[in-house]
Write a protein that binds this ligand. Sequence first.
Ligand code: PEP
Length: 255
Amino acid sequence: MRKPIIAGNWKMFKTAAETRAFVRTFRPKVDNLKDREVVLCAPFTSLWALVEELKGSQVAVGAQNAHWEEKGAYTGEVAVGMLKEIGVRYVVVGHSERRQYFGETDATVNKRTLAVLAGGLTPISCIGETLQERESNQTFKVLERQVRESLKGLTSPADGVIAYEPVWAIGTGKTATPAQAEEAHNFIRKEFAKLYTDATAQAVRILYGGSVKPDNMASLMKQKDIDGGLVGGASLEADGFARIVLYDRQAAAAI
Ligand code: PEP
C-alpha cells in the first residue's frame, strides 16, 4: 500500500515572514494526519522559517533544487547536506520550469536525483511532456526517455518519488483528466518495472502535478496509479491547500 504524498511547490513565492503566517493558518488544519505525507517546498531563504514553524508537526519541509556535489565552487547552488542539516527532508528535482529556464536536462536531473537519495533525503523528480509533444503523439516516447535517462542507476529507487507533470497543465488551469493522468502514470510505472523490478515499480510513488485544485484532487486520487499531488499555485493559499490535503475527508468541507 503506497502512502499518498501531497506536496506544495511554492516556486519563487513567500518570504520568511509570509511563510510563518502561512504555517500558522495551515498547520492546525492538517496536523496529525497519519495516513498521508504532507510537504511544503519553499524557496531556500524561507526554509529555515518553515523548519522552525513546523517543529513537532508531521508536515515535512522540502527544497526546490539541490546540487549533486557535496561542496565546491558552484556559485548559486546549494548542497544536499546543507539542506539536510537544517531539517529539509524532500527536494524537488528537474521541475519543468528549471528544464525550461535554467538548462536542466535529463542528465542533470539524474545527477541531482542520485545525490539527493545518497544524501538521505527524498527526491521528487519531475517528468512530463510539453503541449507540442502531446499534440504530435510523442507523449509516451518522451516519458520513456525521461524515465530512462533521469531515473537510471538509483541504488534505492523505491525511496524516490516521481512527479508526472504535463507541462501544458502547469499553471495553465488545464488539468489532465483523471483518465489522461492515469494512462501516463501507468505507463511510467511500467517503464520503472523495466528499468528496475516489478516490486520497485509497485512501491514507487508517482504524484500528479498540473493545475491541481481543491475540486479536482479527489477524482485524480481515485486513479490506481496516482499516489498524490505536486501542487503549485493552489498551495500558496493555506485554506485551499488544506482542502487539497484533506481531499477525502469531511473536514475539508468545513474549511
Ligand atoms: C508545479 O509547480 O509543480 C505545478 C504543478 O504548478 P500548478 O499546480 O500551478 O499547475
